[in-house]
Design a protein around this ligand. Structure first.
Ligand code: C2O
Ligand code: CU
Ligand code: CU
Length: 446
């Protein structure tokens, strides 16, 4: 159940990705999906710092698309991570990403980013993982672990393109499909000898769903978040992945027993029920759903303790702040018809307008406020950030991030280091229907 892996050789990885509808395996039969090279998830692209990644994207869909390398610290210009490029049906485009020699190792991903078609393309299956490896991955506690990629998604299941159709309410809340999948598989199980350390790179590739994760019966630790390794391993109890977020975890399989990785509906602020407790899926029973089962075999064995350090984080807590900014997520207008607006600072996305002019080689402090009754995940391209404070105290473990949940009616404060690359990129809500409906702004760094 692991996606195919394409590895770089001699510092180069050259691939062609064909975006096309395709029938994919489903419970002994088939279902309709949007795919890269006929697969969902698409192939895993595995590269190293300093590599050159060349991707030719060929569009065999009947709507425009393009490619974004989510979380990579690469140039947003020209043929690099430029989301203003549009690839029409029948066209192709070659991207070339130069991965800096000091790029952190970690789990990143690629997905379409043409404004207006992102939610339907990602929700229907277009996503794949990018891994950057480095030497530290060969040292304890990471060495001698069984590595797996886990792409979480919740597509709508059907045998025709009807799965692309959504109601206005669906667009507003975001799309929630028919059950939760791991690498497009419903409830896979892994058989693992007790005493094994499992290492999972988990990506939330859902268009809208948050995954509060729970693993019963095994100790587990988070090693990395979006932008690479944490300073030390952190107990992963209570881990929640918002759309677009990643976590790398170590799981100590110590017992010859069956354990489950589960999730439930996510309510960011229970009680703010103005819109029916938005932030969770339409099924708000709070029922627990199984993502994956681990079957431990052999004899119970105590796994070695996981301790750090893993990394030295260059903290922005004491950095000189070159500027502060405020952003407010809002939703307004009438439900029904096409009247609902999704804005940041009262404005809806305009690719021709620059909303933020920032200076290269400065650190800024941004406060993102959520003036709505549902949670929104904030995401910035190209330049990773550190989360300083959050209104609900759910400050993630210190490290580099590119997505952070902004709780309903709350706020988060973060610091962004504009280093290495100037250029024009975007920040947005990662509930992709919201992004497609305007909850996105343009930043130009010079
Ligand atoms: Cu994962 Cu601008 O997106
Ligand atoms: Cu991104
Ligand atoms: Cu949103």
């Amino acid at each position: 159940m692991q996606p195919e892996v394409l590895l770089s050789h001699g510092g180069v990885l050259e691939v062609t990705l064909e975006a096309a509808p395709s029938m994919v395996p489903w419970r002994g039969g088939q279902r309709w999906a949007l795919t890269y090279n006929g697969k969902t998830p698409g192939p895993t692209l595995r590269v190293r710092p300093g590599d050159r990644l060349r991707v030719t994207l060929s569009n065999r869909l009947d709507s425009p698309t393009n490619l974004h390398v989510h979380g990579l610290h690469v140039s947003p210009n020209a043929a690099s991570d430029n989301v203003f490029v549009m690839i029409g049906p029948g066209e192709e485009h070659t991207y070339e990403y130069l991965i800096p020699a000091d790029h952190p190792s970690g789990t990143f991903w690629y997905h379409p980013h043409h404004h207006g078609t992102v939610a339907e393309q990602v929700a229907a299956g277009m996503a794949g993982v990018i891994i950057i490896d480095d030497e530290l991955d060969t040292l304890p506690p990471i060495a001698n672990t069984t590595e797996r990629i886990m792409v979480l998604s919740d597509p709508r299941i059907g045998t025709t393109s009807d799965v692309l159709r959504w109601s206005m309410m669906g667009m507003m809340q975001g799309r929630f499909g028919d059950g939760v999948l791991v690498n497009a598989t419903p409830q896979p199980s892994l058989t693992v000898p007790a005493g094994t350390m499992e290492r999972w790179r988990i990506l939330n590739a859902s268009a809208s769903r948050y995954y509060p994760l729970r693993l019963d019966g095994a100790p587990w630790w988070q090693l990395s978040s979006d932008g690479g390794r944490l300073a030390i391993p952190v107990d992963a109890t209570g881990l929640v992945l918002a759309p677009g977020e990643r976590a790398e975890v170590l799981v100590a399989v110590e017992r010859a027993a069956t354990m489950a990785l589960t999730t439930t509906a996510w309510q960011s602020t229970p009680g703010m029920g103005g819109m029916g407790g938005m932030g969770g899926p339409p099924n708000r029973s709070g029922a627990t759903e199984t993502l994956l089962t681990v079957i431990g075999t052999g004899a119970d064995t105590t796994a070695p303790a996981v301790n750090g350090p893993l990394n030295t984080i260059d903290s922005l807590a004491d950095a000189h702040i070159g500027g502060t900014r405020e952003f407010t997520f809002a939703m307004g207008g009438m439900m029904g018809g096409n009247g609902m607006s999704f804005t940041i600072n009262g404005r809806s996305f305009d690719p021709e307008r620059v909303d933020v002019e920032a200076a290269l080689d400065t650190v800024e402090e941004w406060t993102i406020t959520n003036a709505t009754p549902m949670a929104h995940p904030f995401h910035l391209h190209v330049w990773p950030f550190q989360v300083i404070e959050a209104s609900d105290q759910r400050t993630p473990p210190s490290g580099w991030k590119d997505v952070v949940d902004v709780p309903a009616g709350g706020w988060v404060r973060l610091r962004v280091a504009f280093r290495d690359f100037g250029g024009r990129a975007v920040y947005h809500c990662h509930i992709l229907d919201h992004e497609d409906r305007g909850m996105m702004g343009v930043i130009n760094v010079t």
